[in-house]
Design a protein around this ligand. Structure first.
Ligand code: C2E
Ligand code: CA
Ligand code: CA
Length: 758
């Protein structure tokens, strides 16, 4: 009996020592209190062990001392542990002092017992033939009991209150300690009052210590966690469904119940209901997938992000699965909007350059064998449109171009905005109707209600020969094709061919030489005589000629469009006007009163103050303004007509004679004529002879001439090549004539030698 009980006590003491060390090493703050408590419990348990094993008086008396004082230490550390474990505020100084006083005096009176014998004595008894020493309590022992019970009940009350007050899911950790502490107390009381020599209640106290160790340091309240997780899951905005191993739905949260329309918490219905909503192919038996579903109801559209995951236990064995369904409609719409914004141009709604390129790559990749064109669309003089009108009108024009692209190209084409005023199109060759597009572009007018403007669109076209060519290279080539367009207003579409590279190089080549050509007088005016109805030379038109030192004779058709495009035409024209003035001043000295007409490019008006420049020249050379005639083409009037009218009026009031060149070539309407501040209409025969029917041409000329006469505008016909034409025009009362029939443009020297001497 003694041995067996001793063995239990020793095992418990060893366990307590081990746990004391472990608690001491614990990182938790409560570790120190636990460690102190366990160490304190070791004292009465050891005291009791000594009592049990001792067969002689002295040893058992020592055991009693350790036991009783150990109880004081145990209760003291239990009090400290209680404060920490129950999160109770530390007691006030007075209470602390009282505790120290009672425990201190108790220990002191035990220490004095050997001298006064006032606390206890022991008596030998025999149980089953074995000697034991039984306690005989005196006054001091009763004092000890009062102190200990006082402490015991105080602690018991703390735990009791905690157990009562804590939320249900927390009360577990208090109630376990409370109950085991109570049992320990009752067990102990039984021994005290039954005066049994073998006090086994210390086993209860030791076990209680171990419980404290476990609950304070290692206990994870699984039920608490479960509850919390369940609570969180119920409050999640997404619908959650939990399935057991057989795939039956065992629980769904509130949004889940609502989404799947489960009745009366019949969770098993969920599977069927979800399949009805999301389609019978919803792979509910499978795990580890995510999916985005769109459900349409009426005009509404709902987007759901779904995720089905396997749930495993801590050893990784499958324990079931769960499905989460999140309504992310707003997110998806926002995402769609963001994708749209990133891929579409804000102003026109067309694809952005990057997106167009990627779409083109995809389209060509899918069907590389369909022959296609890459078309580069450019708005000519867009900067001028913005400057002269407003950026609002410019924006409006861009939108109109986008609209035109939508109407002109089918869904087999792709188009987008490449940059400010440029657009790109990918179109199958067999859907590209050049004649139709040319026709539409020649009539492409933008009207915002207050301004009407002919927007000049140029299309450079590149036929895609190799599917793996970089899209940007395709459009670069299509862009290059634009340089083939010489006559800006007549031709709108140019197709890239291999000569284009040399063309571009040639343009650069002559542009680089212009200054030298002017300085060296390689570029100089030729004069083409202008005659009156009697055939008498009355003037001449100055036309530029470039006698190139290596390339030979260059016609203006080769270089004027190049310079018109890059703006260098201003240099040429200013130079030509100066030459004309130089010639006129020489003629004036020779007493010759013939005039010279000079050409003014529409671009000149954009870059310089034409009136001021010309006025300055005639002043410098001291010539009559009426000797210098100004030829402008009707295209000048296409932008900012009012301002141009003022300029022309200005020129006329300064005494210059203004001629409307190439009348009938393009957009002029006879109606416009009456408001035009011009002196002379210059009608070009070649535009008229272009029309098939000669009679028709004759009628048109006749009417133009008649109208101009009625309006008091003089007329000049150029391009007269035959005597018949001359006679016919004379009969129609045309005043002046110019053409190969009289003379080709000739050098100034030749002109002066042959014409002035006449
Ligand atoms: P334009 O101002 O209409 O000049 C008349 C053109 O018709 C000249 O061509 C002239 O040689 C040609 N021509 C004259 N009579 C006949 C004829 O009976 N039959 C035919 N088929 N053609 C005739 P050119 O000199 O080659 O000039 C072409 C264009 O170049 C001019 O057309 C003008 O627009 C431009 N140009 C020439 N010189 C200058 C210049 O100094 N400044 C500017 N801005 N443009 C110029
Ligand atoms: Ca001319
Ligand atoms: Ca002309």
């Amino acid at each position: 009996m003694r041995e067996r009980i001793s063995f239990i006590f020793i095992s418990l003491i060893l366990s307590l020592v081990v746990c004391t060390v472990l608690a001491r090493r614990s990182h938790k703050t409560i570790g120190r209190s636990v460690s102190r408590l366990l160490a304190a419990i070791c004292l009465p348990v050891t005291g009791n062990l000594i009592l049990i094993v001792s067969r002689e008086k002295l040893l058992s008396t020592i055991g009693c001392y350790i036991y009783f004082t150990g109880m004081d230490f145990f209760l003291f550390s239990m009090l400290l542990f209680t404060f920490e474990y129950c999160n109770i505020r530390r007691p006030s100084k007075k209470v602390k002092a009282a505790v120290y006083f009672f425990l201190g005096t108790d220990i002191l009176q035990f220490l004095l017992n050997p001298f006064f014998g006032h606390a206890f004595a022991t008596e030998k008894i025999t149980v089953s033939g074995d000697p034991y020493y039984r306690l005989i309590p005196y006054a001091g022992q009763y004092y000890h009991r009062i102190v200990c019970y006082g402490m015991f009940f105080a602690i018991l009350i703390f735990f009791f209150m905690r157990t009562l007050r804590a939320p249900r899911i927390y009360s577990e950790r208090y109630s376990v300690i409370f109950i085991s502490y109570l049992i320990g107390g009752i067990w102990q009381s039984f021994y005290i009052f039954s005066r049994t020599p073998l006090d086994l209640s210390m086993i209860g106290i030791a076990v209680f210590g171990l419980l404290c160790f476990y609950f304070a340091l290692h206990y994870r309240p699984m039920r608490l966690l479960d509850r919390m997780l369940a609570n969180i899951a119920s409050k999640m905005p997404e619908a959650l469904f939990f399935f057991d191993l057989s795939g039956r739905c065992i629980w769904a949260n509130r949004p889940g119940i609502e989404l799947s329309a489960i009745h009366d918490d019949e969770f098993v219905q969920a599977t069927t209901n979800l399949r009805r909503i999301f389609g019978s192919d919803l792979p509910l038996e499978e795990n580890g997938w995510t999916s985005q579903k769109i459900i349409e109801s009426g005009d509404d559209e709902h987007h759901y992000a779904m995720e089905k995951l396997l749930v495993t236990d801590e050893r990784g064995r499958s324990a079931g699965s769960f499905l989460s369904i999140r309504d992310n409609t707003a997110e998806q719409i926002q995402l769609r909007q963001e994708i749209y914004n990133a891929t579409h141009d804000k102003l026109t709604g067309l694809y952005t350059r990057e997106y167009l390129y990627s779409r083109i790559n995809g389209r060509i990749g899918n069907s590389p064998n369909i022959p296609r064109y890459a078309v580069f669309v450019d708005i000519k003089n867009f900067k001028i449109v913005n400057d002269i009108f407003s950026t609002d009108f410019g924006d409006f024009a861009l939108k109109c171009v986008a609209e035109w692209l939508r109407s002109a190209f089918t869904h087999n084409s792709l188009f987008g905005r490449l940059g400010g005023d440029t657009f790109g199109v990918l179109v199958p060759v067999n859907e590209f109707n050049k004649a139709k597009l040319e026709d539409e572009l020649s009539r492409f007018v933008v009207n915002d209600g207050s301004v009407e403007y002919h927007v000049l669109l140029h299309l450079g076209v590149y036929r895609i020969t190799q599917a793996d060519t970089d899209v940007s290279v395709m459009f670069d080539r299509a862009h290059l094709a634009l340089s083939l367009i010489r006559d800006e207003y007549q031709t709108h579409i140019a197709i890239y061919d291999d000569t284009i590279r040399s063309q571009v190089l040639w343009d650069q080549h002559i542009s680089a030489q212009l200054h030298e050509a002017l300085a060296e007088r390689h570029l100089r005016p030729f004069l083409q005589p202008i005659v009156d109805a009697n055939g008498k030379v009355v003037g001449a038109e100055a036309l530029a000629r470039w006698i190139h030192p290596t390339d030979g004779f260059l016609s203006p058709a080769k270089f004027i469009p190049v310079f018109e495009k890059n703006g260098m035409i201003v240099e040429v024209d200013k130079y030509m006007w100066r030459c004309a003035c130089e010639i006129l001043s020489r003629w004036k000295k020779q007493g010759c009163d013939m005039f010279i007409s000079v050409n003014i490019s529409p671009k000149d008006f954009y870059f310089i103050d034409v009136t001021a420049e010309i006025r300055r020249l005639v002043k410098e050379y001291g010539i009559e303004p009426s000797r210098l005639r100004i030829e402008i083409t009707e295209t000048v009037m296409m932008t900012n007509a009012d301002e141009k009218m003022n300029i022309l009026r200005d020129l006329r009031s300064s005494g210059f004679i203004v001629e409307m060149d190439d009348f009938g070539s393009g957009y002029s309407s006879l109606n416009m004529l009456k408001d035009m501040p011009v002196d002379v209409l210059k009608i070009d025969m070649k535009f008229l002879s272009k029309s098939s029917d000669e009679n028709k041409a004759r009628t048109i000329i006749q009417n133009i001439l008649k109208l101009s006469e009625d309006l008091g505008i003089s007329s000049l016909t150029e391009g007269v090549e035959t005597a018949e034409q001359f006679n016919m025009l004379s009969e129609m009362s045309c005043k002046l004539f110019q053409g190969y029939y009289f003379s080709k443009p000739i050098s100034v020297e030749e002109f002066e030698n042959s014409m002035i001497k006449k």
